[in-house]
Design a protein around this ligand. Structure first.
Ligand code: SF4
Length: 381
């Protein structure tokens, strides 16, 4: 049902108006898809029930013939949640795709004084099952690329996340932000990601403000950063930098060999020009690999170059490396909290502020923290 091009073709074929599509989306988002743990790929209920529900959702009477055709041609979702693992930082959902592959979707909990439940959530969606980029610290990379998700499969993860929140809280906590930081390199699945962005920000569908959506990339393809800047300049872009020394960066992120800093920074300039904002910089701190004094100085130089001409102070997100089987092969260890604070202080000596993202440790207890997503039993390690 979240296959927007197919749905739009269907609407055109059956002379459905925008109001009818709004009815459909309302129905879907208000519980048309099954809850967590159930098979979401079930067919719609009987056509009479569907037509009645659609009519209840809108002032536009839904044509019976169209409801009948819809009921036989579309399911609310093609993927389903296999199981949900609550964690110290939120939850992780294992999602089964129609083609047989699996992905993981992570819910990150935040305290919120404005929510009746006292919390709100960010959903971290996957854009690929596995990933071809094979970053040395990331378990997903050990799987290789298993499958490209469709736009609908990316959007369905939001539906599953909403259903999960409904199952644990009444009223459900709100899902306020979305990040493309799950399995996969989003810019390696550009058409589907752009399609999903259309559904996410569609006012009759999920209605996320673009500023609440962040796409994270390793930056291996400057051309795709430019393409994204043209197609979706309203969202936030995050660059996984992880080393400001090209040799170190290429060692821990082999994909970085595809573009040197000159090409990458030119693409980031283009992004800044189109979006009016710089890309956020992410830096995974790995003791003995990229946390020395010289690393801090080079990082400060890089951050300052990115922030040139801006009035606000330069900053970078510092993320503690989470233990992964992938990183174990390189003897990577997690930094202590004191080491994180020390690296931030070192950066500060060079006039650059760092924000330590402690929340990225949340989910370690269920393998749902940054870099830990992998579908076990699928050859991923
Ligand atoms: S960090 Fe991202 S790009 Fe690198 S292997 Fe993992 S999922 Fe792929």
């Amino acid at each position: 049902m979240l296959d927007l091009p197919s749905l739009e073709s269907f609407a055109s074929l059956h002379n459905l108006r925008e109001a009818h599509l709004r009815s459909l989306y309302n129905h879907l988002l208000r519980g048309g898809a099954a809850g967590c743990g159930a098979a979401s790929a079930r067919p719609f209920p009987g056509v009479e029930e569907l037509a009645a529900k659609l009519r209840a959702c809108s002032r536009a009477p839904f044509p019976r013939a169209a409801a009948l055709a819809l009921s036989s041609q579309f399911a609310p979702a093609t993927s389903s949640v296999v199981f949900a693992s609550p964690s110290s930082g939120g939850a992780k959902l294992k999602v089964s795709l129609a083609g047989g592959a699996f992905v993981e979707t992570v819910l990150i909990r935040h305290a919120s004084s404005r929510s009746p439940t006292g919390r709100r959530y960010t959903v971290c969606v996957s854009s690929q099952s596995g990933c071809a980029r094979r970053c040395s610290f990331c378990s997903t990379g050990t799987m290789g690329l298993r499958a490209q998700l469709s736009g609908a499969e990316i959007l369905e993860q939001v539906l599953h996340a909403q259903a999960y929140l409904k199952s644990i809280d009444e009223p459900p906590s709100s899902l306020t932000n979305l990040v493309y930081m799950g399995m996969g390199e989003p810019l390696d699945n550009m058409p589907a990601v752009l399609e999903s962005l259309r559904g996410l920000t569609h006012q009759s569908l999920f209605g996320f403000a673009p500023r609440r959506v962040t796409l994270s990339t390793v930056g291996a393809s400057p051309a795709r950063i430019r393409e994204l800047a043209d197609a979706a300049p309203g969202i936030n872009l995050a660059l996984s930098l992880h080393a400001a020394n090209e040799t170190t960066r290429e060692r821990i992120m082999p994909a970085a060999r595809a573009a040197d800093f000159g090409e990458l920074e030119a693409a980031l300039d283009y992004w800044a020009g189109r979006s009016g904002r710089g890309a956020m910089l992410e830096y995974l701190v790995i003791p003995g690999v990229n946390d020395g004094g010289e690393d801090a100085r080079l990082l400060a130089d890089f951050v300052r170059r990115r922030e040139e001409g801006k009035k606000s102070g330069a900053s970078v997100n510092l993320i503690p490396y989470n233990p992964t089987l992938a990183g174990e092969q390189f003897l990577f260890e997690s930094p202590s909290d004191e080491a994180m604070v020390g690296f931030k202080a070192e950066l500060g000596r060079w006039g650059v502020g760092g924000v330590i993202r402690w929340s990225t440790k949340g989910g370690r207890d269920v393998g749902g923290a940054c870099g830990q997503l992998v579908v076990e039993g699928e050859g991923g390690g």
